[in-house]
Design a binder for this molecule. Structure first.
Ligand SMILES: Nc1ncnc2c1ncn2[C@@H]1O[C@H](COP(=O)(O)OP(=O)(O)OP(=O)(O)O)[C@@H](O)[C@H]1O
Ligand SMILES: [Mg+2]
Length: 290
């Protein structure tokens, strides 16, 4: 909880009363600039425990940049990141597992010469190596030996419905199964915050429906931040949606609120002719947001 420090990566600032109850994760007034491009301007969001937060927005809105900020891949030029009521001075990708954060990336990153089971165990192994830090911040429930690790990995494969593939190699498996393997690998680290970058890409409607149920199930234990283009999935699984456009938060609220928000409709449909006229900007969204 908030009375721990993360190996010099946090300062002594205590969460203000305004954050009570403290969100699991918060970005406050984050800005990111790439050369002449203001990818994010003054973006704030909060992820509560066991909440599914979706980040949506038209092409180039800054979604991936925000995801990368939360992963530590991109360091904001301004703003603050908070975890469990403590400010993170600097977030780097190698710290994620120890901080209780796991992610899946769009490129699946599975090892083709390792079995599905071994691929999943690698995710836990990384967690185990960060064990001293994980224990320090009070989230270290990682396996301490290979038998635990294997049992836990098999258990997660079972929960994701892919136990039968444990001894297969990823390259021999259909894409949706490989996506589940990548998810299993993230979950075996027992994250408190799971970051999913376009998890629905390449899935059929039926698979997307299953993914939605899976995400809702995960949210019984874990917070989920989801960057996703498929509005059906976003509207079904999210507790809260943050909408970006041109690097700014233009709406933030429940799926019902966001669905009818004039600024969101304008951003997606190009109704605000002064700012949103480019065809590229609205490409791919018109069918999805009605
Ligand atoms: N490494 C980078 N260097 C320069 N500009 C970048 C970089 N990454 C992103 N940008 C720019 O920042 C803006 C936000 O990009 P970002 O990839 O975050 O958008 P996005 O919402 O993920 O878009 P998409 O829906 O197309 O994936 C865009 O104008 C993009 O061109
Ligand atoms: Mg993107």
């Amino acid at each position: 909880m908030a009375d721990t420090d993360v190996a010099g990566e946090t300062d002594d600032t205590v969460a203000s009363a305004a954050t009570d109850p403290a969100p699991l994760f918060a970005a406050r007034n984050v800005s990111v600039r790439f050369g002449g491009v203001q990818a994010l301007s003054d973006v704030s969001l909060e992820i509560a425990p066991r909440q599914v937060l979706a980040v949506i927005g038209p092409n180039g809105a800054g979604k991936t940049t925000l995801f990368n900020v939360v992963c530590g891949f991109v360091t904001p030029s301004a703003g603050e990141l908070w975890l469990r009521g403590r400010r993170l001075r600097r977030l780097r990708p190698h710290q994620l597992a120890g901080l209780g954060i796991a992610r899946t990336l769009q490129g699946l990153g599975l090892f083709d010469r390792m079995s599905v089971l071994e691929n999943v165990m690698v995710g836990a192994d990384r967690h185990a190596r960060a064990g001293f830090l994980a224990g320090f911040v009070g989230i270290g429930r990682g396996p301490t030996d290979d038998r635990d690790l294997e049992a836990r990995s098999r258990n997660i494969l079972g929960e994701l419905g892919i136990a039968d593939y444990a001894h297969r190699y990823p390259s021999s498996l259909p894409y949706p199964v490989r996506k589940r393997v990548a998810l299993a690998r993230a979950l075996v680290a027992e994250p408190e915050l799971l970051l999913l970058d376009e998890p629905a890409s390449g899935l059929s409607a039926e698979e997307m429906h299953e993914l939605g149920e899976l995400i809702r199930g995960l949210a019984e234990h874990t917070s989920v931040m989801l960057v996703e283009h498929h509005m059906d999935l976003v509207m079904t699984v999210s507790d809260h949606i943050t909408v970006l456009d041109f690097g700014k938060v233009i709406a933030s609220g429940s799926p019902a609120d966001v669905r009818t928000d004039p600024a969101v409709l304008a951003a997606y449909l190009g109704e605000d002719v002064e700012q949103h006229t480019s065809e590229e900007h609205t490409h791919g969204y018109i069918e999805e947001v009605r």
